[in-house]
Design a protein around this ligand. Structure first.
Ligand code: C5P
Length: 306
């Protein structure tokens, strides 16, 4: 997938902000700064929010999802005020956020919106900042924000911001299921049990490193091989808070997919299908799934890779 691009459209500057999925996420350990060291594979998927901005006297945000804040509780607003404070004092913009990516889902919607806002306002304000300058601001906004300034699928370490681009040998035919309940990233990391933490970062050799290798090898082989290596260490705490995720996993597996994994800190679950038509038929079947709080949202997301 192309990196974020600013386009001019009817007097507005517009950037499409894609979602991401983590098909592998290993928690390596807890760091002295309180964050967790990760080894994760992140993949942009074609499910988009849109950011629009035009010049104005001050910074304001509107959003078509009334459940989201439009002040400093929204990462887009924070991205705009951070960029202005560091590089464009006194500049303003009227910003519109059109939400399609479900939030509290582990799909990176808020992070992608923040990265898109940086790209959009960098263009609108004529700042001409390079990727590394934007990436430094992005990491201040959140661990996943720098990923969206990258070029596509990547093996990510550190908090998730140290990216090595990956070119998988095939495309990913994915079905994403999001229950109505969302999950809070901070809370999920807090619930991580000691069994998922090998120790302080640097306590090597870590026996789980061979799992990383198996996943990376499968990226160079087939989707079928990858199905057996999907993993997310945050699934244990997420399922404790939301046991219906286990039920979604079972329903996905019984629909005949190659593998199932939770993305990020949840609550969306991702199934890997053998091909695009299988993804569509699995999605059809899962549309009638329910959790105790209501129906689930189902998306087919086939990557453009391969
Ligand atoms: O970086 P971000 O704001 O998205 O992270 C939200 C929370 O998730 C952090 O405050 C931290 O508690 C936890 N987190 C973590 N290790 C990471 C990423 C997030 O512990 N690599």
């Amino acid at each position: 997938m192309l990196p974020l691009v600013a386009r001019e459209y009817a007097g507005w500057c517009q950037v499409w902000a894609p979602a991401k999925v983590n098909l592998y996420l290993r928690v390596v350990g807890k760091r002295p700064d309180g964050f967790h060291e990760l080894a994760t594979f992140m993949l942009p998927v074609p499910l988009f929010d849109t950011i629009l901005a035009r010049p104005a006297g001050n910074i304001s945000l509107q959003c078509d999802d009334p459940s989201l804040p439009v002040d400093s509780g929204n990462l887009v607003f924070r991205a705009a005020t951070l960029l202005a404070a560091r590089h464009a004092p006194g500049r303003g913009a009227e910003i519109e956020l059109r939400k399609r990516i479900p939030h509290q889902a582990g799909l990176g919607g808020g992070s992608s919106d923040a990265a898109a806002a940086l790209v959009c306002l960098n263009h609108l304000w004529g700042l001409d900042l390079g990727r590394s300058e934007l990436a430094a601001l992005a990491l201040e906004l959140g661990s996943d924000v720098p990923f969206f300034l990258g070029n596509g699928p990547a093996w990510c370490t550190g908090r998730g911001e140290i990216m090595t681009p990956v070119e998988p040998a095939y495309r990913f035919n994915l079905v994403v299921v999001k229950p109505m309940e969302g999950l809070c990233t901070r809370q999920i990391f807090q619930l991580l049990g000691a069994e998922n933490l090998p120790g302080a970062v640097g306590d090597f050799p870590d026996p789980k490193l061979q799992d990383d290798q198996a996943f990376q090898n499968a990226l160079r082989q087939t989707a079928m091989a990858l199905g057996n290596t999907l993993r997310n260490d945050l699934e244990v705490p997420s399922c404790q808070l939301l046991p219906s995720l286990e039920q979604i996993r079972k329903e996905m597996m019984s629909a005949g997919v190659l593998g199932v994994v939770m993305t990020g800190s949840g609550s969306a679950m991702v199934a890997l299908a053998a091909d695009a038509s299988k993804a569509v038929s699995v999605a059809q079947r899962l549309k009638s799934a329910r959790t105790p709080t209501g129906p689930v949202a189902v998306y087919v997301a086939c990557s453009a890779v391969g």
